[in-house]
Ligand binder design. Structure first.
Ligand code: N01
Length: 549
């Protein structure tokens, strides 16, 4: 183990530079595990820099009403430790935000991770020093750190996207973004609430807000599919079954394209009769959750196949929502099912049957401005509100990375390198940025998966890579431009083989943020294939990377 006292040193400049073997940005799911791997398996001195005052990342910030994971709890966890799996018990089929945050705090305590994390340390800048072969990192508060390796573990959905709607500054009520929710909660009692956005977040939040508020107005720009989650407490029998079958579940999670604990059915939509298909969809609807998407293998690649699922869900919406005018607006969905991230819900469509819930169709009447009293739409209507909730998503995958001033070789900034969109090798490295590893970055399967699966794979791959370098006295690793070109091409091919890039307003494409380059960001080739590619790259001596120094 490197003695940190030998790596700490006084810098020539005004501040003290604290030296480590590796620096990690972020103490969410990925940062915590990366710390554990590098510190406890390789014996490195590591410091995690975390902007928040606690661990948890996404689950620290996203405390909005109804916040819950869409992955099933028994798969939304680390699998590296048998003991951890044995001792932790989830209470519900889908874990709620408070329970996930408790879990991550438990992990931090159990593995004694906190002592190597600086909280309240938001990274402002990182600069590669070629002569020193180290990254120099500065926080907003002016603390300075340096290390040969820098790992970003900043999450994919952590940079809030607050639309620039004129008049927000003059709004007399209160407004909140779901991804920056106040820790003390928001009291909706007696309040008129407007919620903008009907993605996974808005669909989770609306039913809970509607129950608490005097009135909820949902401002919908793009209608969305949603499948009932069918959340419920886990039974003792299921918990016992889980413990007995974890190895098999893990095998399935590693074998499927998106890391969930259920396989995708090996049949095509048109292999079965319309009656059989209807029965399959009906059973999946009753079972609930993301398994609906796994009913047929061609739902995401064949538009005609997808249409059958899309029409089934539209019919369900029309059946559930009693007011035909509202039902028509909610079911007027313009994209294939699951080509945007498919939400799952607890009584989302039922919420529109409540007397205190109204729906504004922004496609017909777009928002013109926010007034001191509420939201004015283009038809001249002013919707009077006390609270506005922005469930408007994130500057996904690149927002949080580009918010830091990251500069690689010859002062090249990541912002400049990605001016026309993010370009990585394996989602893990960028040409021109030696020894910088990005966890769940653009070009990784990340957001198309049950996240803990790619997170464990990335952190372990990076750990093995650093071990390889150190064992050989190699100081530097950098993706070659050719490898990046090939990977970007492969990411595009993988996306184009699916219906995913056909949705013009998807955050997968960066289309939700004005001015963001339109590039399909996640790797759609599947987690199992991705893992095999990464293993192959490592087995060939880190093919596609220049190693040296
Ligand atoms: O954000 P979104 P999200 N005026 O970008 C609308 C993950 N997640 O926070 O589609 C009016 O999906 C926008 O409209 P449109 C999950 O991966 C996971 O809901 O752009 N409307 C859309 O309706 C998810 O995909 C869990 O036309 C505006 C909504 O806001 C990702 O987070 C739980 C607007 C944004 O939807 C993001 O979901 C929740 C404007 N100016 C979320 N700007 C888990 O289970 C945006 N919208 C772990």
């Amino acid at each position: 183990m490197l003695d940190t006292t030998t790596t700490r040193h006084q810098a020539g400049g005004p501040g003290v530079v604290q030296g480590f073997d590796a620096l990690i940005v972020g103490a969410g799911f990925s940062g915590l595990y990366q710390l554990l791997c590098l510190r406890d398996r390789l014996g490195l001195s590591v410091r995690v820099l975390e902007a928040a005052e606690g661990v948890g990342g996404t689950w620290y910030w996203n405390r909005y009403p109804g916040a819950r994971c869409d992955s099933e709890s028994h798969s939304y966890c680390y699998t590296f430790s048998r003991e951890l799996l044995e001792e932790w018990e989830w209470s519900e089929r889908y874990p709620g935000q408070p329970e996930i945050l408790r879990y991550l705090n438990h992990v931090a305590d159990r593995f004694d991770l906190r002592r190597d994390i600086s909280f309240g340390a938001r990274v402002a800048a990182a600069r590669w020093d070629e002569a020193e072969r180290r990254w120099h990192v500065a926080t907003e508060a002016g603390e300075r750190f340096a290390a040969p390796f820098l790992v970003t573990a900043v999450g994919c959905l952590s940079s809030a996207n607050i639309p620039d709607i004129p008049g927000l500054g003059e709004f007399a009520g209160r407004w909140y973004h779901t991804g920056q929710w106040p820790h003390e909660g928001v009291d909706f009692t007696g309040k008129r609430v407007g919620m903008i956005g009907t993605g996974s977040t808005g669909i989770q939040a609306a039913p809970v807000i509607a129950k608490a508020a005097a009135h909820l107005t949902v401002f919908q720009r793009t209608a969305n599919y949603s499948i009932p989650a069918r959340n419920a407490p886990l039974t003792p029998e299921f918990k016992r079954w889980l413990k007995e079958n974890y190895a098999e579940l893990r095998r399935i999670m590693h074998a499927t394209p998106n890391g969930h604990p259920f396989p995708i059915a090996d049949r095509s939509v048109f292999d079965v009769t319309p009656e059989e298909r209807e029965a399959i969809y009906e059973a999946a609807w009753e079972k609930g959750g993301l398994q609906f998407r796994a009913t047929f293998r061609d739902l995401l690649v064949d538009k005609a196949a997808n249409d059958t699922a899309a029409e089934f869900i539209r019919a369900k919406i029309r059946e559930v929502v009693k007011d035909p005018a509202k039902a028509a607006v909610l079911a007027d969905i313009d994209h294939p099912f699951a080509a945007k991230r498919p939400p799952i819900d607890t009584e989302y469509f039922e919420t529109f049957n409540r007397d205190n819930v109204s729906l504004v169709n922004l496609r017909a009447t777009p928002i013109e401005c926010i007034t001191p009293r509420g939201i004015r739409t283009r038809d001249g209507a002013e919707h009077a509100l006390d609270i506005i909730v922005f469930a408007t998503g994130f500057d996904a995958m690149t927002g949080q990375l580009l918010r830091m001033d990251i500069r690689g070789r010859d002062g090249l900034s990541l912002r400049e390198a990605w001016r026309e969109g993010p370009r990585t090798y394996l989602g893990l490295q960028v040409a021109g940025f030696p020894n910088l590893f990005i966890l769940t970055g653009p070009g990784s399967p990340s957001v198309l998966c049950n996240m803990p699966v790619p997170i464990e794979q990335h952190a372990e791959w990076v750990t093995d890579c650093i071990a390889h370098l150190r064992a050989r006295g190699i100081a530097r690793i950098e993706a070659t431009p050719e490898a990046v070109d090939r990977w970007v091409e492969h990411v595009n091919e993988a996306a184009n083989a699916t219906l995913l890039p056909t949705v013009p307003h998807s955050w997968y494409l960066g289309a939700n943020v004005p001015g963001k380059p339109r590039v399909f960001m996640p790797y759609a080739g599947g987690m199992a294939r991705y893992r095999a590619i990464c293993d192959e790259v490592a087995a060939r001596g880190y093919e596609g990377f220049a190693l040296g120094g």
